[in-house]
Structures are given as C-alpha cells and as structure tokens.
Write a protein that binds this ligand. Structure first.
Ligand code: TXA
Ligand code: MG
Length: 340
C-alpha cells in the first residue's frame, strides 16, 4: 500500500535542480521535464526506489524502465553498444532516442528496473532541466512517463499533478515539454535493429543514418519485448474514433489542418495544428486528449493525419487511445510490455 506523501513543487532554478538531484540520490521519487514528456525519476541503481516507482505509477513490475544519464559516455558504461547503436547514439544523443542494448556485465542499472531482462533501455535527454538533475543525481535515473499507468502521458506539470500529487516526493515544474510525444525506441540486439516504438525522432531520420530500413517489432509472445505495442495504453476515458471525416451526434472533435468535418455539430472541438504542422500536433497531442476527455461527450472523433515523420508516433499513440480495452489476463506476459 502506498502511504500518502506531501509532493513539493520545485522550480527550474539551479538550487532547486540540485535539491531534485539530491532527493533522487537519496531514493526519493521526483518528476521532471524532458524534451519529450515529463518523466518520473528514481535511482536506477536502487531496487527499493524502483519498487516505490512502480507502486506510485501503478505499473506492472514486468514492464522495464529507461535509464537516463546526462552524457553519452555514461550511457556507454551501462550497456554493450554494437556499432549501429554507437552510430545512432552519436547522431541523436542528447535527444529523443532510446536505445535497447545488451546490459553490460555488472551494469549498475538494477534488475528490477530492467524487469529481469538481460537488455537495458538507455536515453540521454536533451532538456536543460533534465540534464542538470541527472548531473546532480550522479547516477542513472530510471524515468517512465510521469503518468499513472494506463493514463495519457504528461506534457506539463499540471498533468503530472493530476496523476501523481501525494504519491511522489517532488515535481520540478519546467513548463511544457517541447516535443510532446515519447522518445523513439530502437532495439539493437542480436544484430537486428528494430523500431520498438515510434517517437520524437522520425523513423526516416534513423534509417537515413543507418543506411537501411528498421525491422518491425515482433508482437509474438516469447520474442523480444515490443514496448507499448498492441495495448490500450494511452487510454482516455472516452472512446476514440480515428480518421473521422463526418461527426456523429454528441461527439467531441480533435482536428488536424484547416478542413472542417461534415456531419453533426461537435460538442467540443480542438485542433492539433490548424496549419497541419506535425511538430505542433505532437506537442499538443496529450494536452488536447486530456482536455477533451475531461468534457462530457459521446466520444472523441479524430481527423485523419499523415503517418510519416512525426505523424507515425502521433498515429501510434492515437491507435492505442482508440484500441479496445484489454483484459490483462488475456495477454501473455511477454507481450505485456505496455508503454506505461
Ligand atoms: O520519452 C521517453 O522515452 C519518456 C521520457 C520520460 O524519457 N519515457 C518513457 O518511458 O516513455 P516509459 O517507461 O513510459 O516507456 C518506456 C518503454 C516501455 O514501453 C518499456 O516496455 C520499454 O520502454 N523498455 C524498457 N526497457 C526495455 C527493454 N530492455 N527492452 C524492450 N523494451 C524496453
Ligand atoms: Mg509511458
């Protein structure tokens, strides 16, 4: 059972960032902004802190976490990077890319944070607040998105408070996160380079760097984990209907671009990007979903969006927001690696 905690709200001033780092080093849970979404940090080397993190999020223990470090050289000490992983690390770090590589023998990232896997997910974020906190913590910090498991991710401090106030020691308010969707996750295991989750770095940019196409993530039980695939993970309370060009009575509308939908009048309407800009749409996605979900409606109808560039990550999150809710028992454990 989680005992209630007073959550301290910290600013992005240097003394507060030093305090956030010290809290993490002492085993406390601290939410902070990254360039993608807010993360909920815990000392990745401390199994007790990681156990508290899983409890605060309500996240299944078999869903592994991403270890965040301030510098690329620190990342290289946590895992065995094959040549392709090094190329991607050097091209895209710091930035919204997570690499899954074999864990180094004696890797300081504890087994609980890796959910017992012999691989480890690593990211060097590109956000001044995140980097200062990681520097001050002086150790790898596990940081899943700072939302309750199954909820939409948090792209500003208010979203984090809605989900986690009273469950974590501190929240660093560093404003809205610039990218708005999570990092792209690339698996570099056994010579196969796999797109495990589309995200803030478009597939096309990664494939251009590698000079070849990324493999698709397997969804078979027993195969390497496919994080967040096939799950109703980014789940609003209301039903979500995709590619809507005509509205049904009582629906709220989430538009993209300037085209007006046909059909009924929406009960509420927001637009991801009036000008059809995918970067703007990504940065507004979770905020718009949270707002529309808080209003009464018969469901949320979403306009068609392109599936290329950042559109692939947006589509992926919308597809999961629209997915039928799964009964957890019906899914084999190996496929249950939801992007919680
Ligand atoms: O942008 C992001 O990546 C954010 C910010 C806070 O950095 N973090 C984030 O973490 O999205 P989370 O925990 O919500 O999603 C991490 C995903 C999960 O789907 C998990 O299954 C997957 O990464 N993952 C972690 N370790 C893995 C591993 N060893 N093999 C395969 N998937 C792994
Ligand atoms: Mg998540």
């Amino acid at each position: 059972m989680l005992s209630p905690t007073q959550t301290t709200v910290l600013t992005d001033r240097p003394e507060d960032l030093a305090r956030a780092g010290a809290l993490l080093a002492a085993g406390a849970l601290v939410a902070f902004p990254t360039e993608t979404v807010y993360g909920l940090g815990a000392d990745a080397t401390n199994p007790e802190a990681i156990a508290r993190l899983y409890a605060a999020k309500g996240r299944p223990h078999f869903n592994p976490l991403i270890a965040h470090v301030a510098r690329t050289e620190e990342a290289f000490a946590l895992g065995d990077f094959p040549p392709e992983a090094r190329i991607l690390a050097e091209a895209f770090w710091p930035g919204p890319l997570t690499l899954v590589v074999p864990a180094r023998a004696g890797s300081p990232v504890c087994e609980l944070a890796r959910a017992g896997l012999d691989s480890v997910a690593i990211r060097v974020p590109d956000h001044p607040v995140a980097r200062a906190i990681l520097q001050a913590a002086g150790r790898p910090v596990a940081a899943p998105s700072a939302n309750r498991s199954g909820h939409v991710s948090a792209s500003n401090a208010r979203h984090v408070e809605e989900d986690l106030a009273g469950r974590i020691a501190a929240l660093v308010d560093g404003g809205a996160t610039p990218i708005g969707v999570e990092s792209t996750i690339v698996g570099c295991l056994g010579g196969v380079i796999t797109l495990l989750r589309p995200g803030g770095i478009p597939r096309e940019a990664i494939e251009a760097k590698l000079g070849r196409a990324l493999e698709a993530a397997s969804t078979d039980a027993g195969k390497p984990l496919a994080p967040g695939r096939l799950s109703s993970h980014y789940a609003p309370q209301h039903g979500v209907r995709l590619n809507a060009t005509a509205l049904r009575p009582g629906e709220a509308y989430l538009g993209f671009g300037s085209a007006e939908p046909g059909g009924a009048e929406p009960v509420a309407a927001m637009n991801l990007s009036q000008t059809g800009d995918l970067a703007e749409a990504a940065s507004r996605l979770y905020g718009c979903l949270r707002t529309l979900d808080s209003l009464p409606s018969a469901g949320i109808a979403v306009a068609p969006l392109p599936g290329t560039g950042l559109g692939e990550a947006i589509q992926d999150r919308l597809l999961r927001a629209a997915a039928p809710r799964e009964a957890p028992e019906s899914v084999a454990p190996a496929t249950l690696a939801k992007g919680a």
